[in-house]
Write a protein that binds this ligand. Structure first.
Ligand code: ATP
Ligand code: MG
Length: 225
């Protein structure tokens, strides 16, 4: 089976795309035995740097999955090559700055079989979230027409504990975005994106992350690994 390609994506910055990608990748590799690759397409190279930084504490120990830097223009060729080698490939996408257009992001997301949208309350202002949802729903429509499967969900990332969390979920549902039941809380253990050992090795990580991971496995049909 070729790899399932997934992106935790949004146009917005700082809402947990990279850290949640790495938490999911680590859990899939260490807990479910999947062969996983993370393709870092962000010029900030945050996923790559997290791995590099952490590898210093592991004295040459083989990491449970690869994190590779890929230029957006090489993404298509890279996926074509890697798809046969891995079970799951995550594409970590950059935020959009005002002067950038959507085309690189939408191209990357068109390669995906699954997209997860982190929703951070209080950061829904403006048209950015609506535009992003429209982009995803356009991709979904295109895939359905071609008979390709495409799975997308939103989930609440309570990066900041806010009373607007419920409103944010309602807003997304109104836009027609299917939402996860579980959410991620704002805790120290989730702020550090472990790439060698799953956050679920700690009790707090288990409590805070396991229900989200379980729902992810079911909804993205990865529960059989
Ligand atoms: N649920 C959470 N609990 C605690 N900290 C969180 C949570 N979600 C995100 N963070 C923290 O918020 C910061 C931004 O997260 P991250 O870098 O993953 O976002 P991003 O969307 O990839 O940003 P960028 O657009 O810059 O790539 C990080 O320090 C991360 O650890
Ligand atoms: Mg990032």
């Amino acid at each position: 089976m070729p790899a399932m390609i997934i992106s935790v994506a949004h146009r917005k910055g700082g809402i947990g795309k990279t850290s949640i990608t790495l938490h999911l990748a680590t859990a899939l590799a260490t807990k479910k035995g999947y062969k996983v690759a993370v393709l870092d397409t962000d010029s900030q190279q945050s996923a790559f740097k997290y791995r590099e930084f952490e590898s210093r504490n592991y004295n040459g120990q083989e990491p449970p999955y690869v994190v590779e830097r890929v230029l957006p223009k090489h993404l298509f060729d890279e996926i074509r090559y890697l798809r046969e080698k891995y079970d799951v490939i995550f594409i970590d996408v950059p935020r959009l700055t005002e002067d950038k257009d959507d085309s690189q992001l939408s191209t990357a997301l068109t390669y995906c079989d699954g997209v997860l949208i982190p929703i951070v309350a209080g950061e829904l202002e403006g048209l950015s979230s609506i535009e992003f949802v429209k982009l995803i729903q356009g991709i979904e429509k295109y895939k359905k027409e071609k008979d390709f499967s495409f799975i997308y969900y939103g989930f609440l990332n309570k990066k900041n504990q806010r009373k607007e969390n419920a409103t944010a979920v309602k807003f997304m549902k109104k836009l027609g975005v299917p939402m996860f039941q579980s959410s991620l809380s704002d805790v120290k253990v989730l702020s550090k994106p472990y790439t060698y050992e799953s956050v679920m090795e700690s009790k707090e990580g288990r409590v805070r992350f396991a229900p989200f991971f379980k729902e992810f496995l079911t909804k993205y049909e990865l529960d059989h690994g």
